[in-house]
Write a protein that binds this ligand. Structure first.
Ligand SMILES: Cc1ncc(COP(=O)(O)O)c(C=O)c1O
Length: 401
């Protein structure tokens, strides 16, 4: 038997699982399965918790790649200072809910048409290379618009303990720190509206001390780069990387401690942002999927459900994890665990395993299974076209927290 991760506190308990005050089984019956249910009250609670923890000089930005479901975007947009997008497609979605002045666009390989769309809209482009800077300046010149350009820095350090490291090594992301001051001068001299720095060192970190240390190093680096460039950045985006507890033994980040420590290292009068995806939305989501078949093989029980890695790749251990471990999972009616089961999706690949040999209550055909931590990197990070199954439904609801 293998352990599962901790059920988020909003969904803990013994009775039948409820989401936003209604039974998970009722949501499944109303909308069909597979289904992602996002409880916006939990998202709002996360934003408020972070806002209370962070110094006033630090804006909270939402990286919409984590969950760009349009109703969720519309609801979160007024609560955060900015939205970060990673493509022209995401830019279009963000522009529906937020003025361009509060949208930034990061990511390598921006095509000319994407740069042009961002410049025309008035969004900030986080430049990932000198070549991208040259193209952005040329496009801005051609269409006669002053571009808003920030410089994404590839720092010489990484976010220790993070699931995905994005610094401290040769990288497609950002410009190596020693080259940044010269680029800043070049942008300013070319007449661009230089918007500051974007420094993103990693993602999914749970080690509070490591996050504090990285944020201090990031703030220091921004100061050094600004000194060398001889210009004060209008905004320093410190990145993010706050993780959520997915697996057995994981514990939450102490955001109050992170905020207090950050307050000690900020430059007075400067404006900062942190940019988070999963920390704001992951815990709000539950993926509901129905048992289609119950079978035994080699003495093991398999519950074959109607959803799998085509919707929720991360829960199968195939998105950014080295060792496959179990997400938190529950029978929608809960009850005592009486047997050991594996929960697998309908795809014809051994990768499609949502839970591996877990203790579980008896579940039969048509019963509903809930997989937690489904609010981030679900449909948006899963190969929905693989094997031609229908897309999962998504619904935004709101309960009391
Ligand atoms: C530039 C950038 N911003 C934000 C994020 C969001 O990270 P997370 O969802 O872990 O907060 C990522 C993730 O890879 C990223 O690359």
């Amino acid at each position: 038997m293998k352990p599962t991760g901790p059920i988020p506190p909003w969904f803990a308990g013994d009775g039948p699982l409820t989401i936003a005050g209604s039974a998970a089984e009722d949501w499944a019956a109303e909308h069909g399965t597979p289904l992602f249910v996002y409880d916006f009250a939990i998202v709002a609670d996360r934003v408020a918790t972070l806002r209370a923890a962070m110094p006033d000089a630090v804006e909270i930005h939402y990286a919409i790649k984590a969950n760009p479901h349009p109703p969720l975007l519309a609801a979160i947009a007024p609560l955060v200072g900015g939205l970060d997008v990673a493509s022209a497609g995401e830019l279009d979605k963000a522009l529906v809910v937020k003025p361009a002045a509060h949208i930034s666009f990061a990511g390598p390989g921006k095509r000319d048409r994407e740069l042009e769309a961002a410049i025309r809209a008035g969004a900030t482009i986080n430049l990932e290379s000198d070549g991208e800077a040259t193209r952005a300046l040329a496009i801005a010149d051609r269409i006669g618009i002053t571009p808003k350009l920030a410089v994404r820095v590839n720092p010489s350090f990484e976010l220790k303990g993070s699931g995905m490291k994005m610094g401290g090594r040769p990288s497609p992301f950002g410009i190596d720190a020693p080259r940044v001051p010269a680029l800043v001068r070049r942008l300013i001299d070319a007449g661009a509206d230089w918007r500051g720095f974007h420094i993103f060192a990693g993602s999914q970190a749970l080690d509070t001390a490591a996050i504090i240390e990285t944020q201090a190093a990031t703030a220091r680096l921004a100061r050094e780069l600004a000194d060398s460039a001889g210009a004060v950045p209008p905004l320093v985006n410190l990145g993010g990387g706050l993780g959520v507890p997915y697996f057995n033994g994981d514990t939450p980040v102490d955001v109050a401690a992170v905020g207090a420590a950050l307050g000690e290292v900020l430059e007075p009068g400067w404006a900062y942002a942190i940019e988070l995806g999963r920390w704001l939305v992951a815990e709000s989501g539950v993926y509901l999927t129905r048992v289609v078949d119950r079978k035994e093989s080699g003495g093991e029980i398999f519950l074959v459900v109607d959803g799998g890695l085509n919707h929720q790749l991360a829960a199968t251990g195939n998105f950014g994890t080295v060792v496959r471990r179990n997400y938190p999972v529950a029978h929608a009616r809960r009850g005592e665990a009486t047997e050991t089961v594996s929960i697998v999706g309908p795809l014809c690949t051994p990768l499609d395993r949502l839970a591996d040999r877990i203790a579980f209550p008896r579940a039969d055909v048509d019963d509903v299974v809930a997989i937690f931590l489904a609010g981030a990197y679900g449909p948006t990070a899963s190969p929905s076209g693989f094997l031609g199954h229908p897309a999962a439904a998504e619904v935004l609801v709101s309960g009391d927290v």
